[in-house]
Design a protein around this ligand. Sequence first.
Ligand SMILES: NC(=O)c1ccc[n+]([C@@H]2O[C@H](COP(=O)([O-])OP(=O)(O)OC[C@H]3O[C@@H](n4cnc5c(N)ncnc54)[C@H](O)[C@@H]3O)[C@@H](O)[C@H]2O)c1
Length: 270
Amino acid sequence: MKTDIFDLTRKVALVTGATGLLGKQHCMALAESGASVVVADLNLGDCHHLAEELPGKNHLSLALDVTLPHSLRTGRNAILKKYSRLDVLVNNAAVNDKFESPALAAEQSRFENYPLEMWLRSLEVNVTGVFLASQIIGAGMAERGSGSIINVASTYGMVGPDQSLYLKPDGEQAFFKSPAYPATKGAVLNFTRYLAAYWGNCGVRVNALSPGGVENSQESWFVENYSRRTSLGRMAQPNDYKGAVVFLASDASAYMTGANLVVDGGWTAV
Ligand SMILES: NC(=O)c1ccc[n+]([C@@H]2O[C@H](COP(=O)([O-])OP(=O)(O)OC[C@H]3O[C@@H](n4cnc5c(N)ncnc54)[C@H](O)[C@@H]3O)[C@@H](O)[C@H]2O)c1
């Protein structure tokens, strides 16, 4: 009989931040491989809408705020009520600073001016959110003796931002990539190693996925700057991470834990 080591049939997979640009693709990849997907994000209506678009019928939509323990506990109870188990947790939810006024963006995003509130909010969602979701929802996997946690990090968790990417053709700095996002993604990478070591003997694998920048209606000068800096000569498309997510979720990566799967078009190779 032919076996498929990427098959996720009978697996239940939760994606946080599921209705965002990449979360949708993670959900689609998991559903296409046979998983029942728990589509979890802040807005329940968006979750319902996405769950209906996925192949398969056994999905669940969940309003979930990863910064709130009671929201995570309610979500965990709903998952256990419907499926009695969870096999895959994709910690994908995150915030990435946006400065409202393009005219003031360079000034406000400058490290010397960077507001403490933005720093704290990034830590809360991107780091504490991963910690809480792993603790409250992941713990059941450790008790059951199997599971895969995928923490979505970033190239900026490994290297400092190249601020020249944000230089317009006329030499004006549009904005600076701010300090919180790289700090939080670096923290996610080492938290991944911590949890992999801690839960290794409980059968729970914990890996990070580090994507590179995704093309998403940015200004053409930015896409050109980014593409020039990338070995494969282009930004990622949102569906470029589907294979990596299925790989990390499935038995295809059975002997992999505490690792960082870098899918960045060669950005960090140079
Ligand atoms: N898009 C990129 O270029 C890129 C590159 C590298 C890494 N990443 C990482 O990939 C992941 C997804 O990024 P994206 O581009 O899809 O972002 P996105 O902003 O499109 O989606 C993020 C989602 O997280 C949700 N979210 C925010 N705060 C939340 C909270 N407190 N609780 C639950 N959900 C919350 C939002 O509602 C949103 O749907 C993030 O971890 C991001 O850092 C993205």
